[in-house]
Design a protein around this ligand. Sequence first.
Ligand SMILES: [Zn+2]
Length: 207
Amino acid sequence: MATPLTTTLHGSCYCKRNTYTITPGPFEFAPGDPYKDFGPPPYVYYDHCSDCRKLQSSLLLGWIRAPRSWYTHTTHPRSTSETDQEIFKLLVSSSSSPSSPSSSDITGPTRNFCGFCGTHLLFLGSSCRRDGWVEIPLGSLDDGSLEMLEGMGLKPDFHTWWRSAIGWVKRDLVEGRAKGEGKCWRGEVEEGVEGEGLEAVPEGFRE
Ligand SMILES: [Zn+2]
């Protein structure tokens, strides 16, 4: 069950031309929104879908799903020639439509990336558009905000698209190898992903 967000979270792209905040505020569920069963927003979870794995070039992804009204995005151009559209680059998710149409024309899923450093910053799926949500790659949160999630009870507590996870990634998560046992290249060995979250996958998110 999700825990309420109690403070503003801050995020950015690698080059810092994009920054954003997620600030808790009033929220009402849209009629029929299935997330109503999971308690108050936001929702923080791991994702194993193959599209996101490829688009983020990452074996293990995390997301935070928050009301769209809580999300504020700002661009920081470094010269007068850099446009907001270049900095917060909009891509239609379909691989056959890699164009950047105007947002008013779009009804399907979209993603925004930094047009300069490539950081994935935002996903808007059809349910986000319908029910007023944004989904933000967890890794784009700034370190301080990521650290705060644990204290607020907002660490990822379920795995979406588990069936699409790569077999050995699943086994490593279940068996706990990702905790840092064995070889570690540079840096400290820290306690990492725990398999216990797997038991918390809600029925509706199992595939
Ligand atoms: Zn950037």
